[in-house]
Write a protein that binds this ligand. Structure first.
Ligand code: GTP
Ligand code: MG
Length: 474
């Protein structure tokens, strides 16, 4: 385990060929170490923060550094031509003195400059170390740090937008809006404890209950945005279901615009659940092609159907496919298979519409809510994509983006725990008032649960679970 006082270094850009490689050095020895590997850098002058300087990086002098040199490199050897950008404490990402070296891209330059900094006294930074220091130095809250990781992992514009807004304090503002009034209430309750007279001078019970309920409501609103957070981060789960041969795999391919899975006239072609991501209108839809659902079938088919049913449970949107000719000929109940997930939005789709004659398609055109598609002609695909957007709880996603909250399972857990505490507290306040002292103490506990979201209250374990998931150099 590194101590927080060590000066650390890491390659901040991905390994491999590219235009630039950036090496990041942070800690109180950063300037001294930079001078050992880049003697041109502020040698005879004060280092000016946020002013880039150009020059060459060398392997540092001295026997110890010589012993650590890669084969073929000796002290004084030029390693790369760089631009060096100092950002002095507290005006840096970590809040410490930080130096960034902009090297040539590629496998060697960044790696050599990193190794040279280590030979000059820096330690290799573990994953997430720079962001962990930013948190410990009060530059970021814990949920802002988590949003930095979400921003790095974002695969589409809207999740990047939500993550960036949370980095800029979106969720912290929401949490503060809950914490602020509760802290005031706590102060009022504690204030009343100062008076030793028999008479109670704290806020009236009804007012205490009202203020607690207001906080509970704001928490409920945040909890309602948890699914949007998951959808923005992991994509919206869309499951295509229907009887064998309904055209699920064909529609899957048509939506993706590529020949991704096998399509065949034989029923029972698809056995496993296959997923692929459709990026549309700034969102990711994780499409699931599934095995056809039908009453009989061999062992493998039944195993496939079990997987279909399992994927239905996690679906945000179920696309229920039925061959158009069947719908046109009978009043088939095509809704039977999708009951596994009552929370998901269901889109009813008629497939192979190109095979219908005019009279038949006229008959179907009257059915409300039915999206008529052909994977052969492409008819109805745009309409289906529009329906996916509509079904994906757009309002919640838009609200989450507008507020700048990208909630994860940890936030959800803390919000729900806090909500349970508040319920208990409200019940006590409204039934047999246990006294200001007890209410204040319970409220204090609730506030520390809430404080774990921003990291106002934290443990080393919590920090380890969050920052270990980061990449090196961030
Ligand atoms: N004319 C026409 N044929 C289609 C269309 N969609 C699928 N088909 C055909 O219908 C047959 C079955 O299509 P699949 O996409 O494999 O159907 P599936 O629902 O995935 O079938 P299973 O995996 O067996 O459950 C294939 O022969 C496809 O070429 C369509 O829109 N128009
Ligand atoms: Mg199939």
């Amino acid at each position: 385990m590194k101590t927080d006082t060590a000066t650390v270094v890491a390659l901040a850009t991905p390994e491999g060929e590219g235009g630039l490689a950036v090496v990041r050095l942070s800690g109180h020895e950063a300037v001294a170490i930079a001078r050992r590997v880049a003697p041109f850098f502020g040698a005879d002058a004060e280092v000016e923060s946020h002013r880039a300087v150009h020059g060459h990086v060398i392997w540092p002098p001295g026997d110890r550094a010589a012993a650590r040199a890669p084969v073929g490199i000796v002290p004084g050897d030029t390693l790369d031509e760089v631009v060096v950008l100092p950002m002095l404490a507290p005006h840096s990402y970590t809040g410490e003195d930080t130096i960034e070296f902009f090297c040539h891209g590629g496998r060697m330059p960044g790696r050599l400059v990193t190794a040279a900094c280590q030979a000059a006294g820096a330690e290799a930074a573990p994953p997430g170390e720079f962001t962990r220091r930013a948190f410990l130095n009060g530059k970021l809250s814990l949920d802002q740090a988590e949003a930095v990781a979400d921003l790095i992992a974002a695969a589409d514009p809207l999740s990047a937008k939500a993550a960036l807004r949370q980095v800029r304090g979106g969720l912290d503002a929401q949490i503060a809006a809950i914490e602020g009034p509760l802290h005031l209430l706590l102060a009022d309750l504690e204030g009343s404890l100062e008076f030793v007279a028999d008479e109670r001078v704290g806020p009236p019970r009804a007012e205490v209950a009202r203020r607690l309920r207001a906080a509970a409501q704001t928490i409920d609103r945040l909890i309602s945005l948890v699914p949007a957070g998951r959808q923005l981060r992991d994509g919206i789960s869309v499951v295509l279901v229907g009887p064998p041969n309904a055209g699920k795999s064909s529609l899957f391919n048509a939506l993706l615009g590529e020949d991704r899975v096998i399509v065949d006239p034989e029923a029972g072609t698809t056995r496993d659940v296959v997923t692929a991501t459709l990026r549309h209108e700034g969102l990711s839809f994780v499409l699931h092609d599934t095995a056809g659902l039908h009453p009989d079938g061999g062992r493998v088919e039944r195993a496939g159907m079990q997987r279909t049913v399992a994927s239905l449970r996690g679906a945000d949107v179920v696309v229920n496919l039925t061959e158009a000719s069947l719908l046109a000929a009978t009043d088939t109940d095509n809704r039977r298979d999708v009951d596994e997930n009552r929370q998901a939005a269901v889109i009813e789709v008629a497939t192979k519409i190109d095979l219908l004659d005019e009279r038949e398609s006229g008959r179907l055109a009257g059915s409300n809510d039915l999206v008529m598609t052909s994977s052969v002609t492409g008819v109805g695909l745009a309409q289906l994509k529009a329906r996916l957007i509509a079904a994906a709880e757009q309002e919640r996603i838009q609200e989450a983006i507008a507020l700048g909250v990208l909630l994860n399972a940890r936030h959800q857990d803390r919000l729900e725990a806090c909500r349970t505490d508040l319920d208990e507290l409200i019940t006590q306040v409204e039934s047999r008032y246990p006294g200001d002292e007890v209410v204040a103490s319970m409220l204090g506990t609730t506030l520390s649960v809430l404080g774990e979201i921003s990291g106002r209250v934290h443990t080393e374990n919590l920090l380890a679970t969050i920052f270990d998931r980061f990449c090196v150099g961030k």
